[in-house]
Design a protein around this ligand. Sequence first.
Ligand code: COA
Length: 256
Amino acid sequence: MSELLNITTRERICQIVLNRPEKKNALTLAMYAGLAAALLAADNDPQVRVIVLSSSGDSFCSGNDIADFIAAASRPGAVEAPLRFLQTIASLKKPLMAVVSGAAVGIGTTLLLHCDLVIASDQARFQLPFARLGLVPEGGSSLLLPQLVGHRRAFELLVMGDTFSAATAREMGLVNRVVMHSSLQDLAMLEAGKLAALAPEAVCQSKAMLRSYTQKQLDAVLVAEVKQFADRLQSAEAAEALQAFVEKREPDFSRF
Ligand code: COA
């Protein structure tokens, strides 16, 4: 696992780096488990005040590993690790910052809804292609995205599934700041340093207050979404879309 996730703690900042650049940091079941464990460990480590999630290579995260999706169709229990990861990221006590360079697809975008600060490169690209893949929204996005941008825009993003730019993500409030690609890491670590220098209890209590009103609803939504998602993975529509990805062709839904 350690080679797929690089974890370092320095100056009260725990940095977790997705490190599967050859697959654009697509998340495997093992990576979900490793991420959940790393996030939990950082949240409970008294040396850590801020958690930073970033990536190596030219993409932030291309979503769930498609091969794992295909395998999960015959192994419904395979959604347990993603659910544990989502429950962990949605209930962290400490502030979580994401540093987005390049593509953020599927859960690579929905996980940002659980971050407290998101800094993106001007080259970052976002996409929520769930319906395009014969699937349904996950990661709490069926609740949090309409809350953020309203029904129509959330529908467009989650159902039409077109790619959108860092500027658009900033405008809709998914991203705090868009910076030049070449300064991304430096500026992100500067922000993380500022956050780490603040009064830690005040920061954590503020985060808890901001989340408290939706937390219960979110917990229920995460479980409900995963159940529906697991059902969709077994559908003929999803089978066609996922096979099309593997075969590098457009899916054909005309027979459904
Ligand atoms: N699962 C498994 N493999 C993936 C992947 C994923 N989610 N995303 C990318 N890869 C693999 C590709 O199959 C390719 O593998 P190969 O070199 O063995 O052919 C490699 O990563 C590079 O991807 P490629 O598509 O050639 O890179 P790109 O720069 O042209 O595009 C993305 C990058 C992220 C935009 C594109 O790969 C993509 O759209 N991926 C699928 C995202 C997705 O639908 N995720 C699920 C969301 S629910």
